[in-house]
Design a protein around this ligand. Structure first.
Ligand code: NCD
Ligand code: ZN
Length: 352
């Protein structure tokens, strides 16, 4: 069954054009994050952005972007109501202010968006959360665990029927918390957090290619995530958090957070499921649990994946008027992955 990517960054302009096919050739749908510059805070912006995404998809590929609203302190309830009821917004994203890339317009204090959350709860609109505190007293490696204590627990008790997804979980604490609250809480898990731990960022020097947020943690957390992803528990599902940044913005004295994994995401996950002897759990994780959590119909299309090794190229090229202007490093660049997607995307019937 064709999978969905339930957490994805596609960016805009030349980068969007360079990266979107990587996702669309494998995934049938993707939840597209709204942290553009400026962020997607209105229905009109989301409609326009969706049009730009659709026009960047190669002909004949059947791919549905699910659009997200970026929550801010001053957003009106009307944007939520109208955007959700008109089918433009799939959900809304909570970025605590300054927690990650392009989050400076995010929420400074969760209590400031009480009326928005109430509205979302009453209309059934899902809340997707970047779960990290930014308090100065908290170590960067503890930001997720503190978020659960300080923000998420009170939030879930204030809004007991709000549909909540804790995005890109990175800790044992998050795994346990989600398991204990399944039913009302889901979580996405990225491929990179299943492969790397915090040592990867310092392997022989400072390795910006492995810097992302939430930051990779200790090995015990990676092990907990691998167990969760392959557990067959419906509360854990696929969301790549593929976050492309141009090479020169990663290799910088203040390098950007984000790992571009979209082009070989499925192969990357499969390697983990194979190593964990859990290939039988892969289809549920990648194609069923997320859709069910969100109440989406299951995809009817299928893709074919074989155990056949492939060398992962170093870069994806970004072009402007057919001229290469920059490059984005692939996750697993220069490494061999054991699996390959052989037949992928579904064809748009009307264009056949
Ligand atoms: C993401 C980005 O670059 O947009 N970066 C990342 O490290 N994951 C933002 C995010 O999801 O935190
Ligand atoms: Zn993300």
């Amino acid at each position: 069954m064709q999978p969905d990517d339930l957490h994805l960054h596609l960016r805009d302009g030349d980068i969007l054009k360079a990266v979107v096919a990587s996702t669309a050739r494998v995934f049938r749908r993707a939840v597209v994050m709204p942290n553009l510059k400026p962020p997607i805070t209105s229905v009109k912006q989301a409609i326009k952005y969706r049009e730009r995404i659709l026009s960047a998809i190669p002909d004949r590929i059947n791919f549905t972007p699910l659009m997200m609203l970026y929550l801010t302190d001053h957003l009106s309830k009307e944007v939520i109501e109208t955007g959700y009821k008109e089918g433009v917004f799939f959900g809304a994203k909570l970025y605590p202010a300054n927690s990650t890339t392009n989050s400076s317009d995010g929420v400074t204090d969760i209590r400031k968006i009480d009326s928005l959350l109430e509205t979302m709860q009453s209309i059934g609109m899902p809340l997707l959360i970047h779960g990290e505190v930014t308090d100065l007293d908290v170590d960067v490696f503890d930001r997720e665990a503190y978020f659960i204590e300080r923000t998420l627990i009170p939030l879930l008790s204030r809004y007991p029927s709000l549909k909540v997804v804790l995005e890109h979980i990175t800790t044992k604490e998050a795994v346990e918390f989600v398991e204990n609250n399944k039913g009302k809480l889901g979580a996405t898990i990225t491929p990179h957090h299943l492969h790397i731990n915090r040592n990867s960022m310092f392997d022989g020097g400072i390795r910006s290619d492995f810097y992302c947020l939430p930051i990779a943690k200790r090995e015990k957390h990676r092990i907990a995530l691998r167990k969760a992803a392959t557990s067959g528990e419906p509360c854990f599902f696929l969301g790549t958090d593929s976050a492309p940044h141009l090479r020169n913005f990663k290799e910088n004295s203040c390098g950007c957070a984000g790992i571009f994994n979209a082009a070989f995401a499925l192969e990357s996950y499969l390697e983990v499921f194979d190593q964990e002897n859990a290939l039988d759990k892969f289809e549920s994780f990648s194609s069923i649990f997320g859709a069910k959590f969100y109440g989406l119909p299951l995809n009817s299309e299928r893709i074919t994946i074989v155990k056949s090794p492939q060398l992962i190229p170093n870069f994806l090229e970004v072009k402007q008027n057919d001229k290469i202007i920059e490059r984005i490093v692939h996750f697993h660049a220069g490494k061999i992955l054991e699996w390959s997607v052989v037949s992928s995307y579904s064809i748009v019937q009307s264009k056949l």
